[in-house]
Write a protein that binds this ligand. Structure first.
Ligand code: WQD
Length: 345
């Protein structure tokens, strides 16, 4: 382990956004240490990360609930800072099983903060979500938009943010950046890592790629009678590689003396794309067909939301560089490689 590098504990680092961030951290000269219980990650992702980075990937298999184990990991790896991804994030599931979300998303952060406090680690980048905006009054959405929640999942993200607001008041040295992601999409250019949720995908793009690959029978579009340009919902689809880079920038920002004890920053492209536009762009860009139909609305969906991304540029000197087309191509490339890989197993 290179003692000269800043060691970053990446909870949930074997997951979709976490794994891409591990690549970005390595390339930026940090030493990531993954903590993951692999509840929503494939065990072979570590091998694939080592293939991409051409370095040994440090990984501890655990959830965040074991505070004593967290403390020993912080000590073992001399952790300088933490990026906290580990959480459940399916809106629909959270409605059916709120206790799972309270336990994992709230309990996990409490345990992590206890361990960080007792070991004197006081730098945290926290994975938050545009879901805390609920049904926004104005779009594009700035960080000053009123916050609310539409689901137990959104509730846990909001409470997480408020816990951190209180915590930094009590812990003078502690500094945290809350990144409010919009819709992460796409995959690493190598096609070795990407979005591959366990079970039936709830998010749009993995459902599109799995349908195009013949894994799913058809894509059902959840409603086309919204007050939008083509009647389907609008979102801000941010390439996961750009999103990963934002975490590196957030750590560098915390390390500078420019950051306040708590910063809230939107991470989005600043542009909105409808579901129908995603489908049409996927078909044309990836030169493939897609079996889809219109179905009923999905409860909890907001008609339109996309980011005002000015603060990320101002504070982090970060902006999205990759396009929705880049994301669609990379997601399709990943899907085709994974289908090929699993068919070879
Ligand atoms: C996008 C649009 C669906 C699937 C989620 C999380 C949120 C955040 C971002 C983590 C909506 C439509 C989808 C399908 C469809 N993640 N859709 N058919 O709901 O905007 O947000 O990801 O922080 O917390 O909830 O993303 O991809 O599920 O939906 O028509 O099979 O695609 O109705 O309009 P969402 P999504």
């Amino acid at each position: 382990m290179d003692k000269l590098k800043k060691h970053i504990l990446v909870t949930g680092g074997a997951g979709y956004i976490g794994s891409h961030t591990v690549v970005a951290l390595t390339e930026a000269g940090f030493q990531p240490v993954i903590l993951d219980d692999f509840r929503n990650a494939h065990p072979d992702v570590i091998d694939r990360l080592e293939e991409i980075t051409q370095t040994q990937i440090l990984c501890e298999r655990s959830s965040c609930h074991d505070t004593d184990l967290l403390e020993s990991i912080i000590e073992k790896y001399n952790i300088w800072g933490v990026i906290h991804f580990a959480a459940d994030k399916a809106v629909g599931e959270s409605v059916e099983n709120p206790l799972k979300y309270f336990d994992n998303n709230l309990g996990g952060l409490i345990s992590l903060l206890k361990a960080m406090k007792s070991k004197g680690v006081h730098r945290l980048v926290f994975s938050s979500s545009c879901t805390v905006y609920g049904l926004p009054k104005t779009i594009p959405v700035t960080e000053n938009e009123e916050v609310s929640y539409n689901s137990p999942y959104g509730f846990t993200k909001l409470i997480n943010e408020q816990m951190l607001e209180q915590f930094v008041q009590a812990e003078e040295q502690f500094k945290t950046v809350l990144l409010r992601y919009f819709n992460p999409v796409g995959a690493h250019a190598s096609g070795l890592i990407g979005e591959e949720p366990r079970g039936v995908p709830t998010n749009l793009l993995p459902f599109i790629t799995q349908t195009a690959a013949g894994i799913r029978k058809e894509l059902v579009v959840h409603g086309d009678d919204y007050e939008t340009s083509d009647g389907t919902c609008i979102r801000d689809y941010i390439h996961v590689v750009d999103l990963a880079e934002a975490h590196v920038k957030a750590l560098e920002f915390i390390d500078s003396d420019k950051s306040a004890s708590l910063e809230v920053i939107n991470i989005g492209t600043g542009n909105g794309t409808s579901v129908k536009e995603m489908i049409d762009t996927f078909v044309s860009t990836c030169d493939t067909s897609l079996n889809w139909r219109i179905g009923p609305r999905r409860s909890g969906d907001v008609p339109a939301i996309y980011a005002d991304a000015a603060l990320a540029k101002e504070k982090l000197n970060w902006e999205a560089k990759l396009t929705v087309k880049d994301a669609l191509r990379s997601a399709w490339n990943y899907q085709q490689k994974r289908v090929q890989k699993t068919s070879e197993l």
